[in-house]
Ligand binder design. Structure first.
Ligand SMILES: Cc1cc2nc3c(=O)[nH]c(=O)nc-3n(C[C@H](O)[C@H](O)[C@H](O)COP(=O)(O)OP(=O)(O)OC[C@H]3O[C@@H](n4cnc5c(N)ncnc54)[C@H](O)[C@@H]3O)c2cc1C
Length: 454
């Protein structure tokens, strides 16, 4: 690879090299930046714009909420692991496609602008809202580290307040947790959450026998993990029920109030905890581009290019990528697709600069792994259905292999969890108003000065 990288009519950064701006450092953006750096070896300036200085390994977030993993374990430092990539801390708020520039705001509220020769949009997704009265006010989403930390503290606090006595109806409500959405996020959260609250209760010798933590998992679908295979679904269902989670399928929430939730079958459940895992929608930055979208995701070619804009690429949850293994469909919003699309985006961006050839994105699912806490999991690597401890080992091994860093620390936390009682304290650093459900920035806690500002 000896030819210089060229780009007709290009902007040239201060280094005199073309500049590639990658927006978003999740599964897709992280892999794009990493592979671009390896391929281009300094021939282009690679700038990564992200509101945090870490990549967040979202699939392990339920374990943060349940106190199994410390929050920093599921983060991977961007400056520490991405050589040859310049991190710009900030959130893109506008893309000027004609002027080839991204406008952003940094964590302290200062605005900036990044000119680009090539742009990769990998901004991911945020919690999906449904027009159900009271949900935006009373539910907590589960899309970022602030929400996981808030929930860990909130759950711990509810059990401790119930343990300190008071009105029995209040104690029952505090010990009742309603999770809406039985996809992998809601299923894992309910499975881990029940184990966590049972462990919390065991620490209180005078805990009233009649008061058991109650977890409800609701979904409008007729089975848990509706998007995955029936075998996985059955395994997860059995584990959840054996653990005492009330699995209520074909059921949803009609209204949420401060006192609890009204289900659509007419039952009113007294609770202080409504956890919203009904799915995700693409980051709002995408819809504001004025380009064609499919269910909110930016329409791209199989080569991940944005039609009519040869200098713009998109991948991950934010992009509607044609699924070449299932003609007529788009790839699912999964980490597996996002990280592989990031690699293809890097290759095709390099090709657009004259290095190598572009390829279409095509990937057959390698299976799914759903961690259900303890040694339990449901997995189907390469289509082979597994359950019990074998699935648990495969699932944890898969996560360690898939994480781009911090593996030893995660494995150490898992070993400690197996050997010691869970360290359950609530630090109380985040309050519910700091993690609103209706947010375009789940990765940042809200502050009085505005989202993410000090
Ligand atoms: C709790 C949970 C568990 C999950 N478990 C699994 C699982 O087990 N298996 C699986 O395959 N998938 C799982 N997923 C889905 C998977 O995590 C997503 O499909 C994947 O993260 C998508 O990758 P992405 O790069 O498109 O987006 P993300 O990983 O969400 O990354 C987007 C990045 O863009 C940044 N960003 C957003 N807006 C802006 C902006 N305006 N400017 C700059 N940066 C911005 C964000 O901060 C973030 O760093 C899970 C998701 C959740 C929430």
């Amino acid at each position: 690879m000896t030819s210089p990288v060229s780009s007709p009519g290009s902007f040239r950064g201060s280094s005199g090299r073309p500049r590639i701006v990658v927006v978003g450092a999740g599964f897709a953006g992280y892999q794009t930046a990493r592979n671009l750096s390896r391929t281009l070896r300094g021939r282009a300036e690679i700038v990564l714009l992200n509101p945090t200085d870490y990549f967040l390994y979202l699939p392990l977030l339920p374990q943060v909420a349940a106190g199994v993993l410390e929050p920093r374990r599921v983060t991977v430092s961007l400056p520490g692991t991405l050589r040859g990539v310049r991190l710009v801390l900030g959130e893109a708020n506008r893309v000027d496609l004609d002027g080839r520039a991204v406008h952003y705001t940094d964590p302290e509220g200062t605005t900036g602008e990044l000119a680009y020769d090539r742009l990769v949009l990998a901004v991911g997704s945020v919690s999906k809202l449904l027009p159900i009265p009271g949900v935006a006010e009373h539910a907590t989403g589960f899309r970022g580290l602030p929400e996981a930390l808030y929930l860990r503290d909130h759950i711990t606090r509810q059990v401790e307040l119930a343990a300190s006595g008071g009105n029995p109806a209040d104690c029952t409500a505090r010990c009742t947790f309603v999770v809406v959405g039985a996809g992998y996020t809601g299923t894992e959260l309910a499975a881990h959450g029940k184990m966590y609250t049972d462990a919390l209760v065991r620490r209180h010798p005078a805990w009233p026998r009649h008061l058991r933590p109650r977890w409800l998992l609701l979904d409008v679908a007729d089975r848990v993990l509706p998007g995955l295979s029936e075998k996985l679904s059955r395994t997860a269902d059995e584990v959840l029920r054996a653990r005492g989670v009330e699995v209520r399928m074909k059921t949803s929430v009609k209204e949420s109030t401060h006192e609890g939730v009204l289900l659509d079958d007419g039952e009113f459940v007294d609770t202080r905890s409504l956890i919203w895992c009904v799915g995700v929608r693409p980051d709002p930055l995408v819809s504001e581009l004025g380009l064609p979208v499919e269910k909110g995701r930016l329409v791209v070619t199989p080569q991940l290019g944005v039609p009519g804009h040869p200098d713009v690429f998109a991948c991950g949850d934010a992009a509607a990528v044609p699924d070449l293994t299932r003609p007529g469909e788009f790839t699912a919003m999964t980490a597996q697709h996002a990280s592989r699309q990031g690699k293809v985006a890097a290759r095709n961006v390099a090709a657009s600069l004259g290095l190598g050839t572009a390829v279409p994105y095509k990937h057959n699912d390698l299976g799914f792994a759903v961690d259900l806490g303890g040694v339990k999991a449901a997995a189907n690597p390469l289509g082979v259905s597994l359950s019990g401890p074998v699935a648990g080992a495969v699932t944890r091994g898969y996560h360690l292999a898939a994480m781009p860093g911090n593996r030893v620390r995660v494995a150490a936390d898992w070993l400690l969890e197996a050997a010691l009682p869970r360290q359950a304290v609530q630090l109380g650093l985040l309050r519910s108003w700091q993690v609103p459900l209706d947010t375009a920035s789940p990765e940042l806690a809200r502050t009085p000065a505005g989202p993410g500002k000090e």
